[in-house]
Write a protein that binds this ligand. Structure first.
Ligand code: S6P
Ligand code: ZN
Length: 181
């Protein structure tokens, strides 16, 4: 069965599509207010990822496709967001394209300098190599975006677990603001 994408929702269809999800229980230590995370239901869905991996992980010269769906919500005053990562092969780049909802693509260079790009339906984001990336849902509906990246990029989550990003996307008077740590 061929793979198709529904451009109204961002949903990927086809037997070659794999899915995974992250609940709040999977995101220990990700948010600033860990007590607020623990006070929320551990089985609350934070985000889902659909993956189309037409070649084995690590293949040089191949490409992967992924669709991410982030639920709306806050942990304390911080928007629901992905764990975030550098690519293990540091120079590998990636494209994101927003389908539905509103959010922020939070980017960080290897020196910890952190900035963001606003995500809205149709926005295209080039993530250069050597740049950690994480997405926060700053709206009140599901945020969905498409991603395309090299199949030999790999993921380094550990650096983010240990060092975090240099800033966080937090609600200030109901509006998103990138606040340095
Ligand atoms: C993969 C790409 C996305 C993320 C997804 C979830 O390189 O950047 O598919 O994997 O958005 O984020 P994370 O940080 O949990 O992998
Ligand atoms: Zn990535």
């Amino acid at each position: 069965m061929p793979v198709t994408v529904d451009f109204t929702t961002g949903r990927l269809n086809g037997s070659a599509v794999a899915e995974s999800s992250r609940n709040l229980a999977d995101l220990a230590g990700v948010f600033l207010d860990e007590a607020a995370r623990q006070a929320l239901p551990p089985n609350q869905l934070a985000y889902r990822v659909q993956l189309y991996l037409p070649v084995p992980e690590g293949t040089q010269g191949g490409l992967f496709w992924g669709n991410t769906f982030i639920e709306p919500g806050l942990v304390g005053d911080e928007y629901f967001m992905t764990k975030g990562h550098f690519h293990a092969q540091r120079d590998r780049a990636e494209y994101y394209t927003t389908v539905q909802g509103h959010g922020a693509l939070i980017l960080m260079d290897e020196a910890g300098h952190t900035w963001h790009e606003v995500m809205h339906p149709g926005s295209v984001h080039y993530i250069p190599g050597r740049t950690a990336h994480r997405v926060a849902n700053t709206g009140d509906t599901v945020l969905s975006f498409l991603a395309c990246w090299p199949s030999d990029a790999g993921h380094d989550y550990e650096t983010i677990v240990n060092q975090g990003f240099g800033a966080r996307m937090r609600a200030v008077n109901g509006k998103p603001e990138l606040i340095p740590n």
